[in-house]
Design a binder for this molecule. Structure first.
Ligand code: PLP
Length: 227
């Protein structure tokens, strides 16, 4: 059984491989190591191996880890669904939020982000597959939400995030990811801070990178299956 360091390095190797295969610049895709449900010892091993960006889904668990490490060289990404009553914790402890899906949450995060902190880096989550079970705004709603977000001083709009549909149909995956890429291009023409497409997980990394992803979120392939 390979250890976390070995699995982390092979995740990085596959990112570099697919960057090359898609004619993307080397290092244009960043790895977010998704450490949800995993103990701080596992994160420590990944940090020792050089990883700096971590993704967490659950507010309380995430805040405990951020506080435990208290390390300015680490970047913490909140990638889970966010309820209004927990927004303050996220605003105060995380560096990025990938899951903005409504104005109310953006407004609260803006009010709750400390004035002494760097602005919170945010992504709008897009429900590109249109599945009822998925969070996120519809593609047609991206521009209006973006317009509201950029008026908030304590937030910086960096781009879009999506969770790919679970299917073996590569054409469907590619079509949806390519639509995400077009949406990002459109957003970029309006806002100079936009540069990020958070798209791709263990199973669909290749298609995500081929369609312009700049951040992939990988959990189990690095830390092992979640119990
Ligand atoms: C859990 C999770 C991941 C990582 O999933 P793995 O299957 O463990 O690689 C990525 N993105 C989001 C939003 C997640 O919730």
């Amino acid at each position: 059984m390979p250890n976390i360091t070995e699995r982390l390095n092979s995740a990085i190797d596959s990112i570099r491989f697919f960057e090359k295969k898609s004619n993307r610049d080397e290092n244009s895709v960043q790895l977010i190591a998704v450490s949800k449900t995993k103990p701080v010892e596992d994160i420590t091993e990944a940090i020792t191996a050089g990883q700096r960006d971590f993704g967490e889904n659950y507010v309380q668990e995430g805040v405990e880890k951020v506080t435990h490490f208290n390390d300015k060289s680490l970047t913490w990404h909140f990638i889970g669904p966010l309820q209004s009553n927990k927004s303050r914790q996220v605003a105060e402890h995380f560096d990025w939020v990938h899951t903005i899906d409504r104005l109310k949450i953006a407004k609260r995060l803006n009010e709750q982000r400390g004035v002494y902190q760097q602005p919170l880096q945010v992504l709008i989550q897009v429900n590109i597959s249109g599945e009822d079970s998925k969070s996120g705004v519809l593609p047609t709603e991206v521009m209006s939400l973006a317009k509201e977000i950029v008026s908030f001083e304590r937030l910086t709009l960096r781009g879009l995030m999506t969770i790919g549909v679970k299917t073996d149909d590569v054409d469907v995956i590619n079509q949806q990811f390519s639509t995400m890429n077009e949406l990002l291009t459109q957003l970029k023409t309006q806002y100079t801070t936009v540069d990020t497409l958070s798209m791709g997980m263990s199973s669909d990394i290749e298609h995500a990178i081929n369609n312009g992803s700049t951040m992939v979120r990988v959990g189990s392939a690095i830390f092992g299956a979640r119990g």
